[in-house]
Design a protein around this ligand. Structure first.
Ligand code: HPA
Length: 271
């Protein structure tokens, strides 16, 4: 994607909402977290020139800005998934816009399937690392040198500092926080039981259909990333029952109070 398209879209957000240093992407079931923003204003994605339009149920499609614990924060209510048919450059366009808008730290939240059999649905997991199982990479194509290098380092994709901060805050709140590896499958099918056995052997604790492309683009342009998953269901084949999106949304909805408390504490504790 050309730099000019990203710049034009970013200018629209700047004019409507101003800049922010911190951004939080709200995954499935977490969209109502925008209620915690003070002095909130928002822009429908449809009004941002060149920006994709969100189609997934439970993803409202609004770019919010406001104050949270004294900090200027963006919240994205609704993200884009590769399975919706967008190119990965569109899926990750907002990350580069945020870079242009002054964002330094990106918190990515999501709903994910739980591969680790010692854990349970409703658990929250801080992402320690990820596996890009899609075979796709959002940085394929000409490198935009304005954002970062051709061969970006991924040895600390998820900030060690923020993981530790998140774990400490969870501890203070008495919230069980798992730590594990998130493996990205393109979706939209849920995985097969054989794929989940493979994922476990390969070192995954959770599987999901988002977050990894955004993390790659964020690391390319030097943003610090924190990933938090709500494990909404045991992954395919672990329990003798089919998976469905309603269950994912229900469990994410029930975990919301804890998830919100943790996010709030993390934002407050950030320097
Ligand atoms: N697999 C992939 N994505 C998901 C799942 C899952 O089991 N649950 C929520 N998002």
């Amino acid at each position: 994607m050309e730099l000019s398209r990203i710049q034009t879209a970013a200018e629209k957000v700047r004019a409507a909402l101003g800049e922010a240093e911190l951004a939080i992407v709200l995954g499935s079931g977490l969209g109502s977290h925008v209620e915690t923003l003070a002095e909130a204003s928002s822009l429908p994605y449809a009004e941002i020139p060149g920006f994709p339009v969100s189609t997934a149920p439970g993803h409202a499609g609004r770019w919010w800005a406001g104050t949270l614990r004294g900090k200027r924060v963006y919240m994205l209510q609704g993200r884009f998934h590769y399975y919706e048919g967008y190119g990965l450059d569109e899926v990750t366009m907002y990350v580069r816009m945020m870079k242009l808008l002054g964002v330094k730290t990106l918190i990515l939240t999501n709903a994910a399937g739980c591969v680790n059999t010692a854990w349970a649905p409703g658990d929250l997991m801080v992402v320690t690392d990820c596996i890009n199982y899609s075979g796709k990479n959002p940085l394929i194509g000409p490198n935009l040198d304005a954002f970062g290098p051709r061969f970006p380092d991924m040895s600390e994709a998820y900030s060690r500092r923020l993981r530790a901060l998140c774990a400490a805050e969870a501890d203070k709140l008495g919230i069980t926080l798992r730590e594990g590896v998130y493996m990205w499958f393109s979706g939209p099918t849920y995985e097969t039981p054989a794929e989940i056995r493979m994922a476990r052997i390969l070192g995954a604790d959770a599987v999901g259909m988002s977050t990894v492309p955004e993390t790659i683009v964020a690391r390319h342009c030097g943003l610090e990333v924190l990933g938090i998953s709500c494990l909404t269901n045991m992954a395919a084949g672990i329990l003798d029952q089919p998976l469905n999106h309603r269950e994912v949304e229900e469990v994410a909805g029930k975990a919301q109070t804890r998830f919100r408390a943790l996010l709030d504490a993390v934002v407050a504790a950030m320097a």
